[in-house]
Write a protein that binds this ligand. Structure first.
Ligand SMILES: [Zn+2]
Length: 238
């Protein structure tokens, strides 16, 4: 494995890049650009920061990275219409969402459709799924995003390659009948991707996203204490 020793400064604006030990996506503390290291060089990734919609009680927000990716979902063989379960159990909104996507595919001659995913770019602990699955909620119903200026952010654990694998797993987990997509082998091809800084605020043991008000446990974010120290969001306590 090659060891890359790069100065932790933004090649664009010269501000420090603050990363934690787990990060594979690094953020400039000045201009907010995201970078990955490829062949010993910083490679920029399109990054936007979302303006909070919901007010934080203390006007303090912590930005955490999410990936937004547009993919082409295609089947190697066009599914037969009878393969789709039309009567979807309404208690699973993700399944209903996927069924809708598949019904779109069935109408397309080339069995393809675009599908946008929002996936946490930060590492998640096993506490993440105990509350709202924010990535899945955003995937099903994307939040309204108003772009704001750069913010300090770190904790970008997952690379784009990881995210494609996670998106496939999400898709499999989203459907009612998991045999469906396995039976009809599918491909997910990324066509567009970017990093979104999503504002969160803290309320007791929760992080609440300031775009849709979804909740996760504070310690659902892997390595949160180190992240908080890096971005100056306090000591990770109250
Ligand atoms: Zn910079």
């Amino acid at each position: 494995m090659e060891i890359e020793l790069l100065p932790l400064v933004c090649p664009d604006c010269g501000s420090p890049i603050k990363s934690t030990k787990n990060d594979n996506v690094h953020f400039c503390s000045g201009c907010g650009k995201a970078y990955v290291v490829k062949r010993g060089e910083w490679k920029p990734i399109k990054t936007i920061y979302a303006k909070p919609i919901l007010p934080s009680p203390d006007y303090n927000y912590i930005y955490l990275p999410f990936w937004g990716i547009r993919t082409i979902l295609s089947f190697e063989e066009k599914p037969k219409p009878e393969a789709v379960i039309v009567e979807t159990e309404v208690d699973n909104p993700f399944s209903a969402f996927l069924q809708k996507k598949i019904s779109v595919i069935l109408k397309e001659p080339d069995a393809k459709t675009t599908m946008d995913f929002f996936i946490p770019g930060f590492g998640t602990t096993n506490r993440y799924l105990l509350m709202d699955n924010i990535g899945l909620e955003y995937t099903r119903e994307p939040p309204e995003i108003h772009i704001t200026g750069p913010k300090e952010m770190c904790g970008g654990k997952y690379s784009l390659e990881d995210i494609i694998v996670i998106a496939k797993a999400l898709l499999l987990g989203m459907q009612e009948d998991s045999r469906f997509l396995i039976k009809y082998r599918f491909n997910l091809t990324p066509v567009k991707f970017f990093v979104i800084g999503v504002p969160f605020y803290r309320e007791n043991e929760f992080f609440i996203d300031a775009l849709k008000g979804k909740r996760m446990f504070y310690d659902a974010v892997e390595n949160i204490d180190e992240i908080m120290k890096k971005i100056g969001g306090g000591d990770g306590k109250d």
